[in-house]
Design a protein around this ligand. Sequence first.
Ligand SMILES: NC(=O)c1ccc[n+]([C@@H]2O[C@H](COP(=O)([O-])OP(=O)(O)OC[C@H]3O[C@@H](n4cnc5c(N)ncnc54)[C@H](OP(=O)(O)O)[C@@H]3O)[C@@H](O)[C@H]2O)c1
Length: 329
Amino acid sequence: MKPTQLFSILLSSLMLISFSACSQAENESSPSIGTAEKEPAEAAMETVSDSSKPEANPGNFNFETHTVTLNSGYEMPIMGLGTYSLSDEECYRAVTALLETGGRLIDTAYMYHNEAAVGRAVRDSGIPREEIFVITKLYPSQFASAEEAIKLALETLDIEYIDMMLLHHPGSSDVDAYLAMEQAAEDGKIRSIGLSNWYVEELEDFLPHVNIMPALVQNEIHPYYQENDVIPYIQALGITVQGWYPFGGRGHTAELLGDETISSIADAHGVTAAQVILRWNLQKGVAVIPGSSNPGHIRENLDLFGFELTEEEMDQINRLDRREKHDWY
Ligand SMILES: NC(=O)c1ccc[n+]([C@@H]2O[C@H](COP(=O)([O-])OP(=O)(O)OC[C@H]3O[C@@H](n4cnc5c(N)ncnc54)[C@H](OP(=O)(O)O)[C@@H]3O)[C@@H](O)[C@H]2O)c1
């Protein structure tokens, strides 16, 4: 085990103990980290203004290197490419375009049926393996036989090791599956582990049963579904947050990318609406994995460091929240 992993396990255990104590105290004194006892309007206003407070760097992102150091000790790029719904060849071409443009973070999953294409593009790129960060996920149908599922992911990707493996969403045997990922992390097959579609309640239930604090939680986050109560809760645990559906997901992108507020902020900076949305995420400490099969879009989605949103602009976008979830989990 690498010293950083040992340190991370110790750190995670300490955080878990203090988190359990803390949440117990929370339960006794105030109802929850959320805003359960407040009137909805008051709570919503507080959520918006809380999220727009000028926090120096909520996710501890490094805007020079474009990476974040995870609680596992490993570095992850803060923006990259999502591959949901990309077929094999499309996926191979998109990942190749990303890597050629300088992007180094790729999100796939067993459920996307394109892990083999991701692995092939990574191997064919000629880029040193340790410079690329690949995330994949175990689907709930695999949780009961997680050890075999991890083996299958390693074989299908065929890239020596997996940088990050997540549980795709809660399901029966999820604790057992997570413990299997912990073992694979200790064996050096997976470098970091985490969760996807776990919110406050799910985390409160789940964390006391595991030993390694997740390094990442990947949830639906976009201007119409902001999770302003969930993000700071996860970040306070030392877990990095990553958003899926940054443009609202297919079927919703036209509305979000055409939103008047976002478009006028984009015009003011001479950038696109897509870039404004991604930059808004980064300034909230949320890593991004926009999906695209278009090399022009892939390039655009990595070009996020030539401008900065003002506090007022961040606040304007924060006010667009409709709590409108675009997928069921
Ligand atoms: N953990 C989970 O449960 C979960 C669930 C859903 C998704 N995800 C992950 O999150 C990633 C992102 O979600 P998504 O791909 O479904 O939706 P998305 O990123 O919100 O939107 C993708 C759509 O946006 C378009 N697009 C991308 N860049 C653009 C740009 N610069 N300008 C205009 N249009 C642009 C794409 O079209 P073009 O191809 O033409 O660029 C595509 O139609 C997924 O790929 C997946 O990796 C995870």
